[in-house]
Design a protein around this ligand. Sequence first.
Ligand SMILES: [Zn+2]
Length: 289
Amino acid sequence: MNPILVSILALFWAGLASAPAPVQLKNSQTTTPPKSVQVGQGEVARWAGNCKRCSFEKRAWPAVNGTCYYPVDMEMKPGEYTISRRTTGGKLESARLLVTEKPCRQEDITNFPKKEYITISSQNQARASREAAVIQPLIAYQATVRPAVFDLPVGKPASPLPQGEGNFGACRTINGQSRDRHTGQDYPIAAGKPVQSVGNGRVLLATDGFYTGNAVYIDHGNGLISEYFHLKSFTVKANQTVQKGQKIGVVGETGRVTGPHLHFGVRWYGACINPGFLLIDPAELPEVK
Ligand SMILES: [Zn+2]
């Protein structure tokens, strides 16, 4: 290539690679381009350092140890959103949050063993509706959140914790009929093995649900709720305080399952997110920059 052309190109690329120049405003104040973060559906973004309060889509919550977390529901419409934070120094800052689509994995289950889940009787439909009416308000975003009593990463829901099935958010059919998306991660663990709370908290509900089987819901403060389904049995009750790592029940195959496993899910400020993101070092989460 012509050496002059090479040096022109080098200058061009050097210009692109350098930080964008500050924008000069009319009143001679300078401002830097907005910060941003890109995150997939069902993932969590973070804004680290000196955060006091965080807001997203007209919802607000306190920071966790100085960091704002922005959980993105698995069904949140892809696109551009604005997130904000109030720093410990009282400064209000905003950033762009770009939500990208995370296509759902298709799972078609045939020869489902439990007949009551293939053709659902009106009696069972009514039961499932009654149960949903109790649970939905408990796991939805609450305007007044209790202080966080958990740390990130959270603890494991079972020990040892095998590799998950990778089926968070899966779109499923049972014998060809479409079903709701999968709200958690399934772990292949034998029936009878202990299940433990992933953090300090308070039991919201321990119940036998039509779809969930024996299920425990734990509130860890600051809008974080963990869910453990299909247990053979549970050993906690509503309003009971639990500690991180405390046994809450044992793995089973109750509810709509094809076999024994642990279903672990989380809701954070009402968003259904992949629980795997709370099990990793929070420094690995996509960060506002
Ligand atoms: Zn599951």
